[in-house]
Design a protein around this ligand. Structure first.
Ligand code: NAD
Ligand code: UFG
Length: 336
C-alpha cells in the first residue's frame, strides 16, 4: 500500500513515517518545509534503512500539488500538514485559514479526482475548547476558541460534508491530545522554531541550558496542585494510532472520529518532577500569571479507540521524559 504523508517532515509526521516503513508500507512525503527540515527525513531513512520519494511542494500550490497525484498511484493519505501555533494564529489568522483550509481543499479535490478514498486527518483536542466533561469523550460539545482551533473544526466539518456526498470516501478524524517524546534512537524529535510555546520543548531546552527558566503559567487552577493538567501522549504511540486508523479505513467505515490520548492527566509541576528524574538535571522555574486562553484540565476518554481500533497508549510519563531528553541532549540545536 502506498501512503502519501503530508507534512511528513514535521514532528508527528516523521515519527509516523518511521512506523509506516517499519510495517512495510510504501510512503511518499509532501512538505513545503515551512516548519521543518529535510534532515528529519534523512534521519527517517537512516533509522529505517529504507528510501522514499519526497516532494518539496506547497499543498496550496494547486498545479504543482496536482502533479503528485498525476505521477503517483496513491492508496491513502495521512494529512499532517498545517500550521499549528495557537498564539501565532491569533496574530495572523488569515495565514492560518489560507494555509490550513486551502491545502486541505486541494487535497480532497485531488483525492476525489484520482480516486483515492482513504484519509486520516490530524485533528486536535483543541476542538473541545474548555471541556464540559472530563475525561473528554468524542461526543463532547465542540467549541474552538482560537483561529488555529477553528481551522481544525472547519476541516472536520468539510470532511463530514464531503463524506455525506461521497459514499466511497473514508475519513478518520484523529483528535490528538498533547504529543511529546521522541523516537528511541534519539535521531528524530520535536524541533520548534525559536522559543518553544509548548511545555516539554521548553523544559528540555531549560535542561540543556539553552533557556534560563521555565515560566509556569498559573498555580491557582482547580487541579491537583493548581497548575494546568494535560494528557501527554508519546509521539510513537500516536504514530502507531495512525496505522490502526489506516487499517480501520480499509473496512469502509465512512467518517470515524477517535481521541488519541492516554486518559491520564499530568500537571505542570508533576511534569517538571518527572523530567528532573529522567534527566538528572534540576529545572529552574518560577510561577507567573495564567496564560490567556489556557484551560485548567484536559484529558481524553480513549476507550473508543481501544475498542474500535484496538489501539491504546503504551508509554508512560517517565518513558516520554527519558525519550525527550535523549533527543534533546543528543541534538541541542535540533536538526541544525
Ligand atoms: P509540524 O509543524 O512539526 O509538522 C507540520 C508539517 O506540515 C511541517 O513539516 C510543515 O512544514 C508542513 N506544512 C505546513 N503547511 C504546509 C503546506 N501548505 N504544504 C506542505 N507542507 C506544509 O507539526 P506537528 O506537531 O507534527 O503536527 C502535525 C499535525 O498535527 C498538524 O496538523 C497539527 O495541527 C496537528 N496537531 C499537533 C499537535 C501538537 O501538539 N504537536 C496537537 C494536535 C494536533
Ligand atoms: N505551560 C507552562 N509554561 C510554558 C508552556 C506551557 O506552564 O512555558 C503549561 C500550560 O499553561 C499548560 C501546559 O503547560 O497548562 C501545557 O501547555 P502546552 O502549551 O504544552 O499545551 P496546550 O495544552 O496548551 O496546547 C497543546 C497544543 C495545541 C493543542 C492542544 C490540544 O499547543 O495546539 O495541546 O491538543 F490544540
Amino acid at each position: 500500500m502506498k501512503i502519501l504523508v503530508t507534512g511528513g517532515a514535521g514532528y508527528i509526521g516523521s515519527h509516523t513515517c518511521v512506523e509506516l516503513l517499519n510495517k512495510d508500507y510504501e510512503i511518499i512525503v509532501v512538505d513545503n518545509f515551512s516548519n521543518s527540515k529535510m534532515e528529519s527525513l534523512n534521519r527517517v531513512k537512516e533509522i529505517t534503512n529504507k528510501d522514499f520519494k519526497i516532494y518539496n511542494v506547497d499543498m496550496c500550490d494547486y498545479e504543482n500539488f496536482e502533479k503528485i497525484f498525476i505521477n503517483e498511484k496513491i492508496d491513502g493519505v495521512i494529512h499532517f500538514a498545517g500550521l499549528k501555533a495557537v498564539g501565532e494564529s491569533v496574530s495572523i489568522p488569515l495565514k492560518y485559514y489560507q494555509n490550513n483550509l486551502i491545502s486541505t481543499l486541494n487535497l480532497i479535490e485531488f483525492m476525489k479526482k484520482y480516486n483515492v478514498n482513504n484519509l486520516v486527518f490530524s485533528s486536535s483536542a483543541t476542538v473541545y475548547g474548555d471541556p464540559e466533561i472530563i475525561p473528554i469523550p468524542e461526543t463532547a460539545k465542540l467549541n474552538a476558541t482560537n483561529p488555529y482551533g477553528r481551522t481544525k473544526l472547519m476541516i472536520e466539518e468539510i470532511l463530514r460534508d464531503f463524506c455525506v456526498a461521497n459514499k466511497d470516501f473514508n475519513v478518520a478524524l484523529l483528535r490528538y491530545f498533547n504529543p511529546i517524546g521522541a523516537h528511541k534512537s534519539g535521531k528524530i524529535g520535536e524541533d520548534p522554531n525559536g522559543i518553544p510555546n509548548n511545555l516539554l520543548p521548553y523544559i528540555s531546552q531549560v535542561a540543556v541550558g539553552k533557556l534560563k527558566k521555565l515560566r509556569v503559567f498559573g498555580n491557582d487552577y482547580d487541579t491537583v496542585d493548581g497548575t494546568g493538567v494535560r494528557d501527554y501522549i508519546h509521539v510513537v504511540d500516536l504514530a502507531l494510532g495512525h496505522i490502526k486508523a489506516i487499517e480501520k479505513l480499509l473496512t469502509n467505515p465512512g467518517l470515524v472520529t477517535y481521541n488519541l490520548g492516554t486518559g491520564n492527566g499530568t500537571s505542570v509541576l508533576e511534569m517538571i518532577k518527572a523530567f528532573e528524574k529522567a534527566s538528572g538535571v534540576k529545572i529552574n522555574y518560577e510561577i507567573v500569571d495564567r496564560r490567556p486562553g489556557d484551560i485548567a484540565s484536559c484529558y481524553a476518554d480513549p476507550t473508543k479507540a481501544k475498542s474500535e481500533l484496538n489501539w491504546e497508549a503504551k508509554y508512560n510519563i517517565d518513558d516520554m521524559c527519558i525519550d525527550t531528553w535523549n533527543w534533546q541532549k543528543n541534538n541541542p540545536n535540533g536538526y541544525n
